[in-house]
Write a protein that binds this ligand. Structure first.
Ligand code: HEC
Length: 151
């Protein structure tokens, strides 16, 4: 007898949870955007951030081609959430202000998708040149040929 009661309660719990068709959407990630990150980038962002996300001095924009998606996503998230630097730890007042306007005009995007787009399209590994042997160290003459081969 006791067993039946428990079973019934368990079933009720299960159906109770599933039965409610109006459960709130599980997350905002289900949100859809009218434009792809590329469309948004090419429509707006590049004008201030540079064609290759290299950053423009005259617009006072930082480069964004020096970071990978994970890190970019945090900045993009902050910028869309009032520059509160919740995740990236940096201030983005100006960009947050810009972003508010851009979103009002329909230039909205998913931070993750945008971060992936930027990395895929523009990411440059800064280490490539940084790892080159320091120039000052090199003697002016007598370079052993084998030292400069292979690699
Ligand atoms: C009107 C010029 C302008 C436009 C358009 C613009 N930005 Fe910016 N953005 C800035 C400036 C200026 C900064 C630096 C100041 C700041 O972070 O508040 C910045 C900073 C950022 C940062 C912070 C980067 C970092 O390394 O700190 C991100 C991320 C960003 N912008 C993304 C975007 C995206 C995505 C778009 C397109 C939807 C866009 N911006 C369009 C001017 C612009």
């Amino acid at each position: 007898m006791k067993k039946t009661v428990i079973t019934t309660l368990a079933l009720a719990a299960i159906f109770g949870l599933n039965g409610c068709g109006n459960a709130p959407e599980s997350s905002s990630e289900a949100k859809t955007y009218s434009k792809t990150p590329q469309q948004v980038w090419e429509g707006k962002c590049f004008k201030c951030h540079g064609k290759n996300a290299e950053g423009l001095t005259e617009k006072k924009t930082p480069a964004m081609n020096d970071r990978q998606a994970g890190e970019l996503e945090l900045d993009l998230y902050d910028v869309k959430n009032d520059g509160l630097n919740q995740s990236s730890g940096t201030e983005h007042d100006k960009m947050a202000h810009n972003m508010k306007k851009l979103m009002e005009q329909g230039w909205d995007y998913d931070p993750k998708a945008m971060a992936q787009f930027i990395e895929k399209s523009f990411y440059k590994m800064p280490s490539k040149t940084a790892q080159e042997p320091a120039v000052e160290e090199a003697p002016a003459v007598e370079v052993a040929p084998e030292a400069h081969q292979a690699s």
